[in-house]
Design a protein. Structure first.
Lengths: 347, 323
């Protein structure tokens, strides 16, 4: 093979990869009905990946549910690294997708920039606030939901020690921990809490081995329930709890079924509802930009009870949590939000 | 007693985290001692982890899973061998290609087969290696010190852990006490002499590379069907490269490999266990500082303490019979 042929072949190979990448970026989800229309909504997931059984999967379920209900297609993309954020946003916006929903706080910088470039396109961001006239910022009161599962954990714990394994060490995840700690202390002032984070880079969302080791460390120290707010890494915590005969608490999606009998409950964060709402509003002309808070009061957060964990939750526990829930909704209990001042009153 | 228990748990965690590094570093030892540099340990581990998880999931049999993992490792090693031994390609580049191939193929196949974003489904009953209790572990549990060490630290791991540690003396015996080992080492030092003695250099290197593939596959199997219960995206997370560092650190010697990987395993375990712990005189150390610890120590140890690490003389050079 002479050199010219080699260069030619290399060129062909690079070309093939480039074309493949182009079509990959362009690909659309065929959600039932035919071609992708001009104002097809789009969703872009975060680094955890579409099927993380947690946050991103919940976003996907929302989009998919909307598609099944309306019969319309939507477009979607999973980024593989941070550099693709702006690129993919611009790609969807310039090809006429409307609205474009991005799942995850890491999108803020890219969205701020791209939203200004496409004033006629509506965007929605979940878990972060971007102040622009065409952006809807959906935030969840995770501290309220975490408060409830914290109370459940404290009531269920026999050792008086409970743990927490977070994903990336960022204020948003401290918000989960802080709510959890407040709920636990509310029902048992003497509770001992262990707080851990899987890492300090986005890779911490997808590192079940480290998260599992962190969980084992806390179990060794006497904890008997661990709350995993760690995206894909949380699967390692759930596995460790099941292996050691302890309990875990899932997050974002209902994860009770993943390790039946070992997941005490899951802190539900209805990302799916937020995504479906954005798709519906954006395609039917009822779009509103601005701040959108999903809390306990409007069903944005909650805790799960199904056939997999009903034997773990006593009637007494259930009644207590419902009482706390009602008090939060009525404003009698105010759960402190860590992100408001970066401090936590307990734990 | 509290402190003693904490130390035992720390060492227990160290053992769990050392095993993949140990197996991968020993794998690299065979390959590099025969004169084939292998930067593709990471990729072979990843491919092995994927193969093991897929077969263990489909068959529900952990042993089939493990052998599949080793088989995939061998196939990947064969690709590396063909490229760098038969076709005399650059060994480093072939290794990098293996890494890319594994990272891409596992996700692609995983997604098209299981539609879970490259993850494999959770393993069924029997698809996973569980902890085994050594004899008398229960009886000795309450004996102070000895009970803690024996019942917690030595007993209660899965079978691959014991295989991994047994591989160290076995590797030492094979490489330094047998004719096969002498030939393998000579191939890495002076292939011309080996050839003159009537031994087929390329065949020798193939054998070494295939052993390497089987061991990396075993390391991958450990990750996906023993330590975790399923394959996750890029689950080796750089362990292959750390194993490579440990191998150089250990100057390509089996027992040193054990100590080097135990050190890395210990740092990793300490990093996890030290989170949120109050240390005497220092107080609580920030998570970031603790997580950087293994890397800082690696740099310091590699740069300052081990002296000159000289690899096999013929390493990296494809053997050409006649010029």
């Amino acid at each position: 093979m002479n050199n010219t042929t080699k260069i030619l072949l290399a060129g062909v190979a690079i070309g093939a990869v480039a074309i493949g990448a182009y079509y990959y970026l362009n690909q659309s989800k065929d959600g039932g009905a035919g071609d992708v229309a001009a104002s097809t909504p789009a969703i872009i997931y975060d680094l955890g990946g579409k099927f993380d059984k947690s946050f991103n999967e919940s976003a996907y379920n929302g989009a998919n549910g909307w598609s099944e209900k309306t019969g319309n297609a939507f477009r979607e993309f999973e980024i593989a690294n941070d550099a693709q954020r702006e690129q993919s946003l611009r790609k969807f916006a310039s090809s006429g997708s409307n609205p474009v929903v991005v799942a995850g706080f890491s999108w803020a910088a890219a969205l701020t920039k791209v939203a200004a470039e496409f004033p006629d396109t509506n965007f929605a961001i979940i878990d972060m606030v971007v102040d622009a006239p065409n952006v809807r910022s959906v935030v969840f009161n995770e501290h309220e939901g975490s408060y409830l599962v914290g109370a459940l954990a404290a009531m269920k714990s026999e050792t008086g020690k409970i743990g927490f394994v977070g994903g990336m060490d960022i204020p948003l995840i401290h918000k989960f921990y802080c709510g959890y700690a407040q709920g636990a202390v509310a029902v048992n002032p003497d509770i001992e809490l262990f707080e851990n984070y899987t890492g300090t880079t986005p890779a911490a969302w997808n590192d079940p081995v480290t998260a599992g080791e962190l969980a084992k460390a806390s179990f060794n120290k006497g904890a008997d329930i661990i709350y995993a707010a760690a995206g894909g890494s949380g699967l390692g915590v759930l596995q460790a709890a099941a292996d050691m005969g302890k309990l875990s608490i899932g997050v974002d999606s209902n994860q009770n079924y993943l390790q039946p009998g070992s997941v005490l409950t899951s802190m539900l964060k209805q990302v799916d509802v937020a995504v479906a709402n954005a798709f519906t509003d954006g395609t039917t002309g009822t779009w509103t930009s601005g701040f959108n808070v999903m809390g306990l009061a409007n069903g944005g957060v909650g805790w799960s009870l199904d056939e997999y964990n009903k034997d773990l939750i006593s009637d007494e526990m259930k009644a207590k949590v419902e009482e706390l829930s009602a008090k939060i909704i009525s404003g009698e209990i105010v759960v402190h939000d860590y992100t408001s001042d970066s401090t936590c009153p307990v734990g | 007693m509290e402190i003693f228990n904490n130390i035992i748990f720390l060492l227990d965690s160290m053992i769990r985290l050392t095993v993949p590094l140990l197996l991968a570093a020993l794998a690299g030892l065979y390959s590099e001692r025969s004169g084939v540099f292998d930067i593709g340990l990471e990729g072979k581990m990843l491919a092995g982890a994927f193969g093991a998880a897929v077969v263990a999931y489909l068959s529900g049999n952990m042993w089939l899973g493990m052998f599949a993992g080793m088989g995939i490792g061998i196939v990947m090693a064969l690709i590396h061998g063909i490229a760098s031994i038969t076709f005399r390609g650059n060994q480093i580049i072939a290794g990098v290609a293996i890494n890319f191939l594994a990272a891409g193929l596992t996700v692609f196949l995983g997604q098209s087969w299981f539609k879970q974003g490259g993850r494999t489904p959770a393993l069924p009953e029997g698809g996973r290696f569980l902890a085994i209790d050594l004899p008398f572990a229960d009886a000795l549990k309450d004996v102070p010190i000895v009970g803690g060490i024996y019942s917690e630290l030595i007993s209660g791991h899965n079978i691959i852990v014991y295989i991994a540690f047994a591989m160290v003396p076995f590797t030492y015996w094979l490489l330094f006490k047998t004719r096969f080992g002498l030939r393998l080492r000579a191939t890495g030092e002076n292939p011309k002499a080996v050839d003159t003695a009537g031994v087929n250099v390329n065949f020798m290197r193939y054998k070494a590379v295939l052993i390497c593939g089987a061991l990396t596959g075993l390391a991958g199997s450990y990750l996906s069907i023993a330590l975790s219960a399923g394959f996750g995206l890029n689950m080796t997370a750089g362990m292959g490269f750390i194993a490579l560092a440990a191998l150089i650190f250990a100057k390509w010697r089996p027992w040193y490999v054990l100590w080097a990987t135990l050190l890395f395993g210990f740092l990793n375990a300490a990093q996890i266990r030290l989170q949120g712990v109050e240390l005497p005189y220092i107080g609580e150390v920030p998570v970031q500082a603790i997580q950087a610890l293994p890397y800082i120590l690696t740099v310091v140890l590699l740069a300052g303490f081990i002296g000159k690490a000289v690899g096999p003389k013929a390493g990296g050079i494809p053997y050409v019979k006649e010029r």
